[in-house]
Design a protein around this ligand. Structure first.
Ligand SMILES: [Zn+2]
Length: 306
């Protein structure tokens, strides 16, 4: 069991400073048990960054396929009720913090605490991009990413991929999700268009991004911890994608994102479905059936997201 003091020391030793603006990707499990639970971690971190610092976390709720929205008329988000998030225990505890601020863009919300929280969340409105808050935090507050455990992501790939696709005049077709939001007494459906990226492809680029953006590495509790410069990570990813947009895709013949979703993907839906059908007769039949269902969903409900 780690004490709050121990976590605080680990954060300081890692290089977190007073006044830092941090986007958090924290696996509580990776840290190990803390006296006082996830709340203690947040308290320790807020103590280290002080009054001038800010933390930002994703707080995404459950969303629904746009074309099926008539089934979800009762699933309404409102700023009057506490947001239920799917993005992990750390986000849940951040939302419960008395100083927590939530994006006005409730269909794609982030939670922030600290000096710039009010500015970032109140300006993250419906008309803004999904990841506007991260873009703004990088631009204005030199936001860094603090990751403990979890997948080796840098928090910038949605932004960089979207920019690269736009710059190259390419696009992606995905399921379009959204949710009803109640505001000023009115309930309205909001879409949450967002690019999807392939983690296998990302992992291939990981080394380059890691090398250029890492500020510090160490341990917090029992977990591997890393601070990265988000602007550098973003710039490097954009560079990787603009060198060759196919760097956003993997080689797996059964990867639905890479083989079918991009305007430059190399497989048509019928060809991809045929490939999955042949796979049913192998040991991979479970995966094949899942992929067939996903493909049919995409054929039926897929819309260009950018
Ligand atoms: Zn892929």
């Amino acid at each position: 069991m780690h004490t709050l003091e121990k976590i605080k020391n680990d954060l300081v030793n890692l290089g977190i400073k007073s006044g830092d603006t941090l986007f958090l990707r924290i696996s509580y499990r990776a840290i190990g048990k803390i006296d006082g639970g996830p709340k203690s971690f947040i308290d320790a971190l807020l103590d280290v960054i002080g009054k001038e610092g800010t933390i930002i976390l994703t707080a995404f709720p459950k969303k629904y396929i746009r074309q099926m929205r008539f089934l979800h008329r009762r699933q309404i988000l409102s700023s009057n009720t506490r947001l239920k998030t799917l993005t992990g225990v750390m986000s849940e505890f951040a939302i419960a913090h008395p100083d927590a601020k939530i994006s006005r863009k409730l269909e794609f919300p982030f939670v922030a605490i600290g000096k710039n929280a009010e500015y970032l969340t109140s300006n993250h409105t419906h008309d803004k991009n999904a990841y506007w808050i991260i873009e703004e935090a990088i631009e204005k507050f030199n936001c860094k990413c603090l990751r403990i455990g979890g997948e080796p992501l840098f928090g910038t790939t949605h932004l960089s991929l979207e920019k690269a696709l736009r710059d190259k005049g390419e696009n992606q077709t995905n399921l379009r999700y959204g949710i009803y939001v109640k505001e000023n007494g009115q309930t309205k459906w909001y879409d949450t268009p967002n690019v999807l990226f392939c983690k296998k492809a990302f992992n291939r680029n990981n080394k380059r991004i890691h090398a250029i953006s890492t500020i510090a590495e160490g341990t917090v509790g029992d977990g591997y911890a890393i601070i990265t410069d988000m602007r550098k990570a973003f710039d490097e990813e954009v560079k990787i994608f603009s060198e060759d947009i196919h760097n956003a895709t993997c080689d797996d013949p059964n990867c639905i994102i890479c083989r079918t979703s991009y305007s430059f993907s190399d497989c048509s839906y019928p060809k991809f479905l045929l490939r999955q059908t042949t796979r049913i007769f192998s040991s991979e039949f479970k995966q094949a059936i899942k992929t067939i269902i996903k493909t049919i969903e995409r054929i039926t409900f897929g819309i260009k997201v950018i």
